[in-house]
Design a protein around this ligand. Structure first.
Ligand code: CA2
Length: 150
């Protein structure tokens, strides 16, 4: 099983700016932890981060027939992007939405996600562990639904 782990804008700054909100762990550190869990679960993972909405949309389209599921932290595009929502919805790739912070405990504008309505589910508020929980959720979903790459 192949899972694509995607990160949206500014998440490349993790561990380098605003540690009081997002912690001191870098995206590279998180990806290493994901690789360890992926090996335990016996799945393959690939990583993609972009600060550009169109690149994220393109990557989701290109994921069709290659990856069985996506784990995505869309960053600020969570709250703005109909294009990302449509890409997830139209490709039909099971997608788990992950957030480091609990977006429901923060500003009002973060409480709405354009992604959650087309995602399998959402995990928010567990820091870097949100990605690990999301990976487990994605693998569990694909395994139980029997989704296969065409
Ligand atoms: O909690 C999350 O994972 C978010 O997706 C992070 C986004 C934010 O816009 C969402 O509302 C919630 C922001 C990512 C920015 O990451 C930074 C990391 C370090 C320093 C500055 C920004």
């Amino acid at each position: 099983m192949k899972i694509l782990v995607m990160n949206g804008p500014n998440l490349n700054l993790l561990g380098k700016r605003e540690p009081e909100i997002y912690g001191s762990v870098t995206l590279d550190d998180i990806n290493k932890r994901i690789l360890v869990l992926a090996a335990e679960l016996g799945v393959e993972v690939a990583f993609f981060q972009s600060n550009h909405e169109g690149e994220l949309v393109q990557k989701i389209q290109d994921a069709m027939g290659v990856y069985e599921a996506i784990v995505i932290n869309p960053g600020a595009y969570t709250h703005t992007s109909v294009a990302l929502r449509d890409a997830i919805s139209s490709t039909g790739i099971p997608t788990v939405e992950a957030h480091i912070s609990n977006i429901y405990k923060r500003e009002e504008f973060r409480k709405h996600s354009y992604i959650s309505g087309v995602a399998v589910g959402q995990i928010a508020g567990f820091g870097p562990d949100s990605y690990l929980l999301a990976l487990r959720a994605a693998v569990g979903f694909v395994t139980t639904k029997g989704t296969t790459v065409q």
